[in-house]
Design a protein around this ligand. Structure first.
Ligand SMILES: Nc1nc(=O)c2c([nH]1)NC[C@@H]1CN(c3ccc(C(=O)N[C@@H](CCC(=O)O)C(=O)O)cc3)C=[N+]21
Length: 294
């Protein structure tokens, strides 16, 4: 049964489209990445973000600070990037070390450069239905659902999870696609029943394999946003990635399903690149490229 949604392939396509859009622009968009500390997972993500930025014909700047950096030092970098007219996008890799206030850092980002879609202005525009920069993981999830289903109008979308970074914006973005949206969470009664009513089930809770195959309606489209690191049984001392969905069993019920890894993760980075182009266009009053429409 070929019901796998190949996130790697759709991400490669998305990056291709971004590269075409960049090639047609009169300018070269620039993404600045700020990395504080030496969390190994963050290092890998940042390396990939920079690699793909350059592969799509854009410029990248990298600012690395030690884990001991102060709030003032991080804020000073963000302010310098705000003031730098060459910089179109600013990404502060999260999580920041515990002693730093990430909300206060994000609040410093010039909303016109907010390629993560995390500032109050970006969130407000999403709520108000105004154009803006949308968060990357929810955008990637919508693109994957559309790759599987085409038009999403009137589908019942259940978003499991209400986090600020993922669940809440994902719900609003599926609403923008004319879905009927339910947000389910830890206090929802009869979670399995609610999830089973979904045509599109978006799992964003951060609990490994929490969503069982019995929670999935036959033929539903399952978008698994979870990136959970669990100890590997085969390789002691190592970790493997699992999603929020019991993928192996759910795959035999779902009409379409994203794997982890190889699902939403690669799309998150592709959508960051897309946002960098959109930010560059908006900032310079160039029309957004038609090919980047969702
Ligand atoms: N300011 C900010 N923006 C982010 O968007 C952001 C962030 N901070 N901090 C961390 C999270 C996480 N995130 C991922 C991106 C790609 C994969 C990805 O490509 N995953 C691969 C596997 C990679 C692996 O093996 O670790 C996959 O799912 O196939 C996963 C997770 C972006 N994040």
């Amino acid at each position: 049964m070929d019901n796998l949604i190949d996130g790697k392939a759709v991400a490669a396509q998305t990056r291709d489209t971004v590269a075409k859009a960049v090639a047609a622009l009169p300018i070269t968009p620039t993404l600045a990445v700020v990395l504080v500390g030496d969390d190994p997972a963050s290092q890998v993500y940042v390396r990939n973000k920079i690699k793909f930025t350059e592969e799509t014909g854009m410029r990248s700047l990298e600012h690395r600070l030690p884990a001991t950096a102060t709030q003032e030092e991080v804020v000073a970098i963000v302010r310098a990037l705000n003031a730098d007219a060459e910089v179109d996008g600013i990404l502060v890799q999260l999580p920041l070390p515990d002693h730093l206030d990430s909300n206060a850092v994000i609040a410093e980002i010039d909303p016109s450069k907010d390629v993560d879609g995390l500032t109050e202005v970006s969130a407000g525009r999403l709520v108000l239905g105004q154009p803006g920069l949308r968060p990357c993981t929810p955008t990637g999830s919508v693109i994957l659902a559309k790759a599987a289903l085409g038009d999403l109008t009137s589908k019942h979308c259940v978003v499991l999870g209400r986090s600020i970074l993922v669940g809440k914006p994902a719900a609003l973005m599926f609403l923008e696609q004319n879905c009927t949206v339910t947000i389910a969470h830890s206090r929802t009664e009869n979670l399995p029943v609610v999830c089973r009513s979904a045509d599109i089930l978006v799992a964003a809770v951060g609990r490994p394999k929490m969503v069982k195959s019995e929670w999935v309606k036959a033929g539903a489209c399952v978008i698994d946003i979870g990136i959970n690191r669990v100890p590997s049984v085969k390789r002691p001392g190592q970790f493997r990635l699992v999603g929020d969905v019991d993928y192996r069993k759910a795959r035999s019920v779902a009409g379409a399903i994203t794997p982890v890894p190889g699902g939403v993760g690669p799309m998150t980075i592709a959508c960051l690149l897309r946002n960098t182009v959109l930010a560059a266009c908006d900032r310079r009053e160039i029309d957004r490229p038609e090919i980047l429409k969702i």
